[in-house]
Design a protein. Structure first.
Length: 267
C-alpha cells in the first residue's frame, strides 16, 4: 500500500555545505516528495540563504522551520516541523545524508499500515567526504571509492525483504533514515522534547511506536543513503537522555507527555 502523499523531513544545524549536497540529491529523485521540510535547530544566515536559493532555482515545495539556537534541541525542532507537514507519510533523514535517486520511491514501496521502516546508511570516509564537499559531485554507488560499509550501498529492491530483524526490537533505530505515518507520529506524541544534547531520541521514539502496537520493517538493498563524514557530537548529556529512554522501556510507555502537542509554531 502506497501513501497518498509523502514528506521528506530533514534535520540540520549549521552545515550548509552538506545540506546543499543533500538537497541536490533530492532534486534528482525518481519520485519527488510532495513536501521537503527542513527542521533547523538554530542555524545561521548561510543556511537560510541556501534554502531560499535552492527553493527558487528548483521550484520545489520546501518549508524551512527554524528556532533559536539554545543548544542541541533536535527533538523539539522535529516536532515543530511535523506540525507543518500535511502529507500522510514522512521519511526522515539528517542534513548530512546524500540519498540515492530511488530513495523516496523505495521507501514508498515499503510503506505499510501499522509499520514503520528503518533504512540503513553507507558511511563515506573522511577523505572521500572532503573530496565530495570540494567537487560537489554526487555520482556515488557501491563501486565508489571511500565507502566504509559498502554492502549498504547495494540496491536490489526485489531482495530487500529478506533482511529482517525481530520486529519488536527498538535498538539500532537511526533517525537518519526512518519512515513512518504521520498519524502514528501524532498517536505517540512525536519525539520527546526532554532530549537535549546528542543521543537516544530516536531509540526512545521507536520504543513508543512499538509499545503502541506498531511493528518495524528493516529496509536493506533499497532506499540507499550515504552519510557524509563528520566529527562525533558531544556525549555530555547522554546520562539524562538515557534516563528518559529507560523509563519508556521499563514502563512500556507509548505516549510522551512532552512531545508534539506541547510544541507550537510560535515556540
Amino acid at each position: 500500500m502506497q501513501p497518498i502523499s509523502v514528506a521528506l523531513l530533514i534535520s540540520t544545524y549549521n552545515w550548509p555545505g552538506a545540506l546543499e549536497l543533500v538537497l541536490q540529491s533530492i532534486s534528482m529523485q525518481s519520485r519527488m516528495p510532495d513536501e521537503i521540510v527542513i527542521a533547523d535547530d538554530g542555524s545561521g544566515e548561510a543556511t537560510q540563504l541556501l534554502i531560499a536559493d535552492f527553493k527558487q532555482a528548483h521550484n520545489l515545495n520546501i518549508k524551512h522551520i527554524w528556532h533559536q539556537d539554545q543548544g542541541f534541541r533536535k527533538s523539539r525542532i522535529l516536532n515543530k516541523a511535523v506540525h507543518q507537514i500535511s502529507s500522510d507519510y514522512i521519511i526522515e533523514i539528517d542534513g548530512d545524508i546524500i540519498i540515492d535517486a530511488h530513495f523516496v520511491e523505495d521507501h514508498l514501496n515499503a510503506a505499510r499500515p501499522n509499520y514503520f521502516v528503518q533504512g540503513s546508511r553507507t558511511m563515506i570516509s573522511q577523505e572521500k567526504s572532503v573530496e565530495i564537499m570540494h567537487t560537489r559531485q554526487l555520482n556515488l554507488s557501491i563501486l565508489s571509492k571511500g565507502l566504509i560499509n559498502r554492502f549498504n550501498a547495494l540496491r536490489i529492491p526485489a531482495l530487500s525483504g529478506i533482511f529482517q530483524i525481530k520486529p519488536s526490537n527498538p535498538f539500532h533505530i537511526k533517525g537518519c533514515n526512518i519512515a513512518f505515518w504521520k498519524s502514528d507520529y501524532i498517536r505517540i506524541n512525536g519525539y520527546d522534547n526532554g532530549f537535549e544534547g546528542w543521543g537516544g531520541e530516536d531509540y526512545e521514539f521507536a520504543a513508543r511506536l512499538l509499545h503502541a502496537g506498531l511493528k518495524r520493517t528493516t529496509l536493506k538493498m533499497a532506499a540507499i543513503a550515504f552519510h557524509i563524514y563528520h566529527l562525533d557530537n558531544s556525549r555530555e548529556n547522554t546520562v539524562p537522555n538515557d534516563k528518559i529512554y529507560r523509563k519508556t522501556i521499563a514502563e512500556k510507555l507509548d505516549y510522551s507527555s512532552n512531545g508534539y502537542e506541547e510544541v507550537r509554531e510560535n515556540d
